[in-house]
Design a protein around this ligand. Sequence first.
Ligand code: EPS
Length: 404
Amino acid sequence: MIRYLTAGESHGKGLVTIVEGFPSNVPIDLEKINLQMKRRQSGYGRGGRMKIETDKAEIISGIRFNKTLGSPISMFVVNRDWENWTDIMSHEKTNKRIEKITVPRPGHADLVGSSKYNFNDIRNSIERSSARETAARVAAGSIARLFLEEFGISVGSYVENIGGIYSKEKYSDYLLMNKTSEDFKAWTLSEKADLSPVRVLDEEQEKKIIRKIKAAKKKGDTLGGTFYVVATGLPVGLGTFMHFDRKLDAAIAGAMMGINAVKAVEFGTGFNAADAFGSESHDEIIKSDAGFGRKTNRAGGVEGGTTTGLPIIVRAAMKPIATLMSPIETVDLASMKSVLARRERSDFVAVPACAVIGESVLAWEIAKFFLDKFGGDSIEETRDNYNNYTRKLNNRLIKNFKKK
Ligand code: EPS
C-alpha cells in the first residue's frame, strides 16, 4: 500500500511531502518531477505569486543514484515568498504588530476554518486551505507517474472550458467513442494542450478565453471551468466491485474532489448517461486480436469499479477562485457588521493548473491500485507479477468458458 502526507503553509518556509510504500529500484528523474512542478505553475490568469515562485522538489530521502530505495521518500518545496512573511508566519510569538484578518471570503475556508478551529485570526485558516498545498501533491503524483511510466501507463489532461467558453469541436467525443487514431489519443491531446496558455485544444477558443479572462480581471472578478484528465495503457482489473471502498472510480472521484475548488467529477459520459437510452450508454464488446475490445469507451475506462483496459476518462469542474478584487458581501467577525470581503493577492483563473493537479492525483490513485494488485518490494518483483497476470489473462478466461 502506498500513501502520502503533505505539510506546509502557503507562506511558511515551504511544503513537505512524504511518500511511502513504493518498491525499490523505480527509476526517478528529478527533472521529470520538476517539469510537473512547473506545469502546475503555468496558465494564463494566475496571480502575482507565480512570479515569485519557481517550484522545485528537493529530494531529502528515499532515492539513491536515481532509484527508489523502498524507504520513505521525502521532498521539500521551498516557498520563496516566505522571506516576505517571516514576521507574519513566525513560529514564535512576536512583539511586532501583526494585523489580524477578521473578514472571511465567501467560498474560501475562512469562516468554517475559524469556527471549527476556534481561531481569532483568519490567517490561520487561509494558510493551509490555500491551493499552494497542491504543489506538494504534484510532487507525490510525480513519483507515481514515474512508476506508472515503467508499465506504459501515462496520464494527461486538457481544459474543456473556462468561463463557459467551449470549443465547437467536442474533443471528448473522440475519447468516448474510443477513436484509436494517433491524433485523438489522449496523450496527443494532452501534449497539444501543453502548448496553450489555457490548456485548450482550439486556437479560436483560446483567444476567446483569454479575452474573457482579461475582462474578468478588469472587473476584479474570477472564472472557473471544466477539464478532462485521462490515463492510457492500463491493464484490465485495477480496482474491484467487491467492496465500495475498493472501487477505483470511487477513489479517483474522491481524490479529484479533494483538489481545491473542484465541485463536480464525472466518469465517461457521466451526467449525460442519465439522459440517454441504455443502448446508447454502454460499450459493446467485440472480438479482437488481443481477445476482446470495445466499440466505445462511454464508461470512461471503468466498469464495476474495475479498469476495462481502455483509457480512464474523468471530467471535473472547478468553481471560480474565491478571492475577488471586486468583493461580495460578508460579515466582519470583529465588528459583526456587513462589509465587503477582503481582497488579497490571488489567481484570477487556475483551471489549467487544476488540470495538471488532476493528472497528479489520478496518477497517484492508479499507482495505488496497481501496487495493491501487483505488490512487490522491488520493481522487478512488481513487473514479474504484472507480466504473469497480463500474459495469461485472456487465455485463462477463454479456457475457463470453453465447452468441454
Ligand atoms: C497558489 C499560491 C497562492 C495563490 C493560489 C495558489 O499564493 P498567494 O495566496 O500567496 O497568492 O496564488 O491560491 C489560491 C487561489 C487560493 O485560493 O488559495 C499556488 O501555489 O498554486
